[in-house]
Ligand binder design. Structure first.
Ligand code: HEC
Ligand code: HEC
Length: 315
């Protein structure tokens, strides 16, 4: 026979149902009204969003209407920028140099300027608009920003003195000379996998051996020239670029390239195993061989070539 629950239980139950329902409606209402997940705050107006949304993409998307000429830019620049950045962009005192420096990037002391180093004109426009002049950031009008940007391009010999910068002429200057030297970082993301079962009971934190600047310099100085008969050029170049830093001098316990006895003993494992260890990394008694020597941009073939080079050198 069906029995009703005792009255007081029924009441308590309905109270809970009511509370849950009330809470749910608040949340739903909050969502409907758009006042945020937790029911407070307010929706930003289109105007407020526009105030923040001022970034400009390299291709010019986001540029405001308007234009500015090199000619007008010169007057504005002299007035508002030259006291710090110099009339020719040469930089006064400690203030940044804005022009020149072409061809210095490979020198010991590269001069990184808009013309020699920067990739996109959008960065210049955006930076000036947000941050300059240093004492009064964001004080320039869009027209003024166009004009001064055009003038800084002119100081870098990138446009003629009659150039006018606007959405229409943007494409002509969107990419700065050093643009093609910016490349996507080829290294993969490394994502640690969280252990969910059978995990280590105790985690011991050990510090990895570090390589000193002197050791790097020493390794830099000693590019290994392949021995006669070792024609593995690819292996040699991978070795010198990625492995020599440890294996030349025996840093961090790495078996030295010219330590023939060690390599002979290791070769007993078979070449394939050594290659596998070099690709996947290997913790031995001597130390820690990081996967691919820490150069995850190398292909397995590159690493294999380097190992073959090393073994041939050690013969
Ligand atoms: C009072 C000195 C001062 C004035 C005036 C000034 N700047 Fe600057 N500018 C600086 C300083 C300081 C920095 C570096 C800021 C930083 O790195 O945080 C800088 C950085 C820059 C940079 C980036 C340089 C780089 O290579 O990183 C540009 C471009 C620039 N300023 C343009 C301008 C323009 C255009 C004006 C005039 C509208 C202007 N500045 C006025 C002091 C000044
Ligand atoms: C950060 C230092 C470091 C770099 C860079 C490095 N290695 Fe090693 N490597 C080691 C150490 C340390 C060992 C010794 C591990 C052990 O046996 O304890 C080792 C061992 C090896 C071994 C022997 C593995 C075995 O099973 O005996 C090979 C092969 C090797 N490395 C190849 C390479 C190649 C190829 C590169 C470049 C792509 C490279 N290493 C870059 C530190 C390095």
């Amino acid at each position: 026979m069906f029995r009703f629950p005792k009255l007081y239980k029924f009441k308590r139950l309905s109270l809970i149902v009511l509370l849950v329902a009330a809470f749910a409606t608040t949340v739903v209402n909050a969502k409907v009204k758009g006042v945020g997940h937790y029911g407070y705050g307010k929706v930003a107006t289109a105007e407020e969003i526009a105030g923040w949304d001022i970034d400009i993409r390299p291709d010019g998307r986001g540029l405001p209407p308007g234009s500015g000429s090199v000619e007008d830019g010169e007057i504005l620049y002299e007035d508002q920028c030259a006291s710090c950045h110099g009339s020719f962009g040469e930089g006064v005192g400690k203030y940044p140099v804005l022009a020149g420096g072409e061809g210095t990037l490979t020198e010991e002391r590269p001069e990184k300027t808009v013309g020699s180093f920067w990739a996109h004109t959008s960065t210049l426009f955006d930076y000036i608009r947000r941050a300059m002049p240093f004492p009064q950031p964001a004080s320039l009008s869009d027209e003024e920003t166009y004009a001064i940007t055009a003038y800084v391009l002119y100081l870098n010999d990138l446009v003629e003195d009659d150039f006018v910068l606007s959405q229409d002429t943007w494409d002509e200057v969107a990419k700065l000379p050093n643009n093609s030297n910016f490349v996507p970082d080829p290294r993969p993301d490394t994502q640690a996998v969280r252990c969910m079962k059978d995990c280590k009971k105790e985690v011991k934190i050990v510090s990895e051996p570090t390589i000193t600047a002197e050791e790097v310099a020493a390794a830099d100085d000693t590019i290994v020239k392949a021995a006669a008969g070792n024609e593995n050029e690819k292996g040699a170049s991978v070795y010198n670029g990625a492995c020599a830093v440890c294996h030349n001098s025996g840093v961090a316990g790495a078996p030295k390239l010219d330590d023939k006895a060690t390599w002979k003993a290791r070769l007993a494992l078979g070449e394939a195993t050594l290659i596998k260890h070099a690709i996947e990394g290997f913790q031995g008694d001597a130390g820690m061989m990081p996967p691919k020597g820490g150069r995850m941009d190398l292909s397995d073939e590159d690493v294999a070539a380097a190992v073959k080079f090393m073994l041939a050198e050690a013969e």
